[in-house]
Design a protein. Structure first.
Length: 24
């Protein structure tokens, strides 16, 4: 079960790394 916070953190980390990943 993915929490909104986890998704937000993951998205931020991905953006910081410069990696574009499709967040559903």
């Amino acid at each position: 079960m993915t929490t909104p916070l986890s998704s937000l953190l993951a998205a931020t980390l991905n953006q910081s790394k410069g990696t574009t990943s499709p967040t559903s």
